[in-house]
Every structure is written in structure tokens, then in C-alpha cells.
Design a binder for this molecule. Structure first.
Ligand code: SAJ
Length: 420
């Protein structure tokens, strides 16, 4: 095996599935996380996040002896960085986790090793990783971006550094890790080659070679594309409401045109990807990224629009019971990160319009902010039975399957068009 030892930095939604997949394929994998609770949980063969079938794979990986978790890195042939890349309140990228990972692994890197950044990152981040590692390792040569004049220099490089953005959809991670095509961009061509060789050992999709800057922009482009298209759908739903047109019927009809494919409106865009990544593009050139910024603003303003709708319908009650179905950022997952539903439920509770019941089958307790605002977590049947107003925020399977007879005599606000 050309790369027997792999060290994965960050054991979250991307790092843990990647580490356990590699371990089950026979690599010796050392997973690193700053959270000692996550490390202990994984070493016992359990998981600290929700993803279908991941528990089975982690258990198999740990039992085989090929996967161990720790809070410190170790020497390896390949280092994969899969840490969060959030944005700050001012929408600028926060690269502190990537920088910390690069500086933490630098002492363990040796000549001939490959370092791959998988975290979604602003253009230029992979080159900055080289700079951060070089500060700690003057004994090693790190690759530099090739220009027409510097190609020959790449011969002298000793460590290979690339970007290979993750593209998996939460809920289908294990399948997509293997089957999706991957964009592979080295800081120089030798790094690209090395990275293609590594991913070729476990990815069944096609490997598409480019440079690190294009790979960084490509990932951001994919999510900005989706954001812009969801913003279009959300704008149609707002227009439809104002013009007395059902937006879901409208979109279904328009999509019968052979070259039209509109996405679905909803209560806003959540998650740690689509609601964040376009800002990396906007931040890099605010003067040029006008459409991408506007799409972000349209999607970010949708929760407020839903909130106003609920408040309008609540006006005729003195103390309405409002059942809010779903808190996750999308259907059939437990992930509440950047969830527009959480934002809506929190704002409803804070505005004291009535008693707020939340139904979220994938969690056992509410996030503290919702609990403190007075929201109650209840099961679907009791919530609907008690409610004057039912707000569908996430199209989780149990909500889709709900017998709609129970909604008779209720005011229904269906932000997903599920019960049409
Ligand atoms: N949404 C809508 N209407 C739609 C589709 C989605 O309102 O028609 C909302 C969802 O409810 C959710 C948000 O958009 O709040 C994002 O959901 P998603 O399913 O579109 O995407 P994510 O964030 O789960 O995963 C995305 C994927 N990117 C693309 O589809 C281009 C995934 O492949 C990426 O790996 C992931 O981002 C990531 O990590 O970047």
C-alpha cells in the first residue's frame, strides 16, 4: 500500500466518516480531535454525531484496530485536514481552526508526505497552509504556486500540499464519499499528482485534476450556485404570496419546460455549507460578487418573512398554541447548525405571541437558547392535538406522512409545500 498511515485532523461530519472509511479499507488511521469527549466516544466504537450507518462503520473500524482517535497527531504518510471553516459575525472567514490544524501537524510532517485540506475554504487558503507549516519547519521545502516562470522550481519540493474539497451531502455521506467525483487541486503539479494517487485508492467517482485555487473556488461555486437558485425559489414564493399564486404549483408547471429546473422554496437556507460558503466569495471581492451577495440576503431574510406570517395569523388569538414542526436545517437529519427553523422558533418564543411547542424527532433535548426562551419540546401527536396554529418548518418523514385529517380546524403554515 503506497500510503499505509493516514492522520485525519478533525473528527466531525467529514473527518469521522473519512477516517472510518479509510480504516475499513485497510489504512492505519489516526484521528485527531480537540474534543476529548469525541475522542473517547470514538475509541469506544461509538459516535458523537448523527449520520445513517456511520455507527456501524466506526465500530468496525475501531474493532479492526485500524482506527484510533487522540487529541494529538502522529507521524503519517498523508494528513487530511477536515476542520470547520465558519464565518465571523461580520461575514468574514474564520480560518483559525485550519491554521491551528496546520500548525499542530507541522512538527509531525516529513519529507514526501502529503497534506490535504478538505475543509471548504476561501481562495488562497491551501497556499497559506504551506506558509503556516513552513514557519515551523524551515528544514522542509513546501510547494509554491506555479507560474509560467516557476515550474522548474517544483522539482525541489519535499512535502506535497493540495485541496480536495469534500462534497458529500449530510444523510448520504458514506455513499457519496466513495461515489462522488472529486476535484483535486495541488499547490503545484507534483502535489496534484500525489493527491490523485491517494484518492484513487478509495474513490470510485472520477478524480478531476486542477490547481488549489480553482479547487477552492470550485467548491464555493457549487454551493453558491445552489444558494442563488434557492434564493430564486424563495423570491418566487414571496411573490406568489403577494400575487395570490401557489408557488409550488407555479414551480411544478414552470419545471415542465425542458430547460427550466427551479429548486424548492422553504423557510430559509441553513446548514454549515450553503449559508456560509458564498460569503467566502463575497468577502474576497465584494465589488464583483453582486448576485451572490443578493442571493445570500434573500435567503437570510426568509425566516423573518415566515415569522411575520405566523404572527399575522396569531393575531386573532389571545394565547395561541403554536406547534412548530422541525428544527433541523433540512429533512431527516439531526443537524441544527445555522437552521432557519431554530431562528424562527426562537424569535417566536421571544416575541411572546403564545405558547410555543417544538417537535423534532431527531433530538432528545432542546438547545439551551430555545429552552431558556420557554419553548417546549413535545411529540408530534401531542403538539398537533394541542395546537391552534401548526407551522411546518422541515419536511421530516413523520411530518410528510402525517394524516392530514388531524390538521382540520387548525391554521396551517406550510413553509415547505409538503401538505399541498
Ligand atoms: N433547501 C431549500 N430548497 C431546496 C434545497 C435546499 O430551501 O430546493 C435548503 C435546505 O432546507 C437546507 C439548505 O437549503 O436548509 C441546504 O440544504 P442542501 O440539501 O441543499 O445542502 P447541504 O447544505 O446539506 O449540503 C451542501 C451540498 N452542496 C450542493 O448540493 C451543491 C453538499 O453536496 C456539500 O457537500 C455540502 O453542502 C457542503 O459540505 O458544502
Amino acid at each position: 500500500m503506497p500510503f499505509p498511515h493516514v492522520c485525519v485532523m478533525g473528527l466531525g461530519y467529514i473527518g469521522l466518516p473519512t477516517a472510518s472509511l479509510l480504516a475499513t479499507k485497510g489504512f492505519s488511521v489516526h484521528g485527531v480531535d480537540v474534543n476529548p469527549h469525541a475522542v473517547d466516544t470514538i475509541n469506544q466504537g461509538n459516535i458523537h454525531i448523527h449520520e445513517p450507518d456511520l455507527d456501524v462503520m466506526v465500530r468496525a473500524a475501531v474493532n479492526s484496530g485500524n482506527l484510533r482517535a487522540a487529541t494529538e497527531p502522529t507521524q503519517a504518510d498523508v494528513f487530511i485536514i477536515a476542520v470547520p471553516t465558519p464565518i465571523r459575525p461580520d461575514k468574514s472567514p474564520d480560518l483559525s481552526f485550519v491554521e491551528a490544524a496546520a500548525r499542530t501537524l507541522a512538527p509531525y510532517v516529513a519529507e514526501g508526505n502529503l497534506v490535504v485540506l478538505e475543509s471548504t475554504s476561501p481562495v488562497g487558503t491551501t497556499e497559506r497552509i504551506c506558509d503556516w507549516m513552513a514557519e515551523a519547519r524551515s528544514d522542509l521545502v513546501f510547494p509554491r504556486r506555479e507560474t509560467a516562470f516557476s515550474v522548474a522550481e517544483s522539482e525541489a519540493r519535499e512535502v506535497f500540499v493540495s485541496h480536495c474539497p469534500e462534497r458529500v451531502l449530510p444523510g448520504q455521506i458514506l455513499r457519496e464519499l466513495v461515489e462522488n467525483d472529486r476535484v483535486v487541486g495541488g499547490v503545484d503539479r507534483a502535489s496534484t499528482e500525489k493527491t490523485l494517487e491517494f484518492y484513487g485508492t478509495f474513490v470510485r467517482g472520477q478524480l478531476l485534476a486542477t490547481d488549489s485555487r480553482t479547487a477552492e473556488m470550485c467548491k464555493l461555486t457549487e454551493n453558491a450556485f445552489r444558494d442563488v437558485n434557492i434564493a430564486f425559489a424563495n423570491e418566487l414564493s414571496i411573490l406568489g404570496d403577494a400575487l395570490g399564486i401557489d408557488p409550488w404549483e407555479l414551480i411544478t408547471l414552470a419545471n415542465r419546460h425542458p430547460r427550466v429546473s427551479i429548486l424548492q422554496p422553504g423557510p430559509g437556507v441553513g446548514g454549515h455549507c450553503i449559508a456560509i460558503d458564498p460569503w467566502f466569495i463575497v468577502h474576497s471581492r465584494p465589488d464583483l460578487a453582486r448576485l451572490i451577495r443578493t442571493a445570500r440576503e434573500v435567503n437570510d431574510s426568509k425566516p423573518e418573512w415566515v415569522l411575520d406570517k405566523v404572527k399575522q395569523r396569531a393575531e386573532r388569538f389571545r394565547e395561541p398554541v403554536i406547534a412548530c414542526l422541525g428544527l433541523a436545517f433540512k429533512a431527516d437529519i439531526d443537524d441544527l447548525r445555522e437552521s432557519p427553523s431554530v431562528e424562527i422558533v426562537h424569535a417566536l418564543a421571544e416575541s411572546r405571541v403564545g405558547r410555543i411547542l417544538a417537535v423534532e424527532p431527531h433530538i432528545r433535548e432542546l438547545p439551551p437558547a430555545l429552552r431558556e426562551a420557554g419553548v417546549e419540546l413535545v411529540d408530534l401527536a401531542s403538539a398537533v392535538a394541542a395546537a391552534d396554529i401548526v407551522v411546518l418548518l422541515v419536511n421530516h418523514k413523520p411530518f410528510v406522512r402525517l394524516d392530514q385529517a388531524v390538521l382540520r380546524d387548525k391554521i396551517v403554515i406550510d413553509t415547505r409545500g409538503t401538505w399541498r
